[in-house]
Design a protein around this ligand. Structure first.
Ligand SMILES: [Zn+2]
Length: 136
């Protein structure tokens, strides 16, 4: 199987790495452990592809070895006819699940944002006991 990726995901991954690198600069020597993203189902991001591009983009940065957690947000539309929100399972039909009217007022689904950044704890001091992990 050949892993493919598009410039789209690569540029997204690079831009996230850049943003996180800037944020982490406030903590000299810190390494990034995990980055969590909120991605709307309509954001045109292929999760596998973004994960693959992440591995390319993070090399040589404080994010090398970090994990990318992608939280896909469902599409939510608001219906003007009945005033209720619907969580759409597919994006083929923008219809209210409650009354069947066309609901085009998009409330969620296009997000592409960093939810949180987790930094690795600083290196433990050298005189710290190393046998703590032996506790069962
Ligand atoms: Zn409705």
């Amino acid at each position: 199987m050949v892993q493919t990726y598009s410039m789209h995901e690569l540029s997204i991954a690079s831009s996230i790495v850049e943003t996180v690198t800037e944020s982490a600069a406030a903590y000299p020597g810190a390494r990034v452990k995990e980055v969590r993203l909120r991605v709307g189902a309509l954001a045109s991001v292929v999760e596998d592809s973004l994960q693959f591009c992440w591995e390319l983009a993070r090399e040589g940065s404080p994010l090398a070895g970090s994990k990318l957690v992608i939280n896909i947000l469902p599409v939510i539309v608001h219906c003007d006819a009945c005033g209720r929100d619907s969580e759409l399972t597919g994006v083929q039909s923008f219809r209210c699940l409650h009354c069947g009217e066309i609901a085009a007022d998009l409330r969620q689904g296009r997000e592409l944002e960093i939810e949180s950044i987790e930094l690795e704890d600083p290196e433990p001091a050298k005189d710290e006991p190393e046998n703590v992990k032996e506790q069962a």
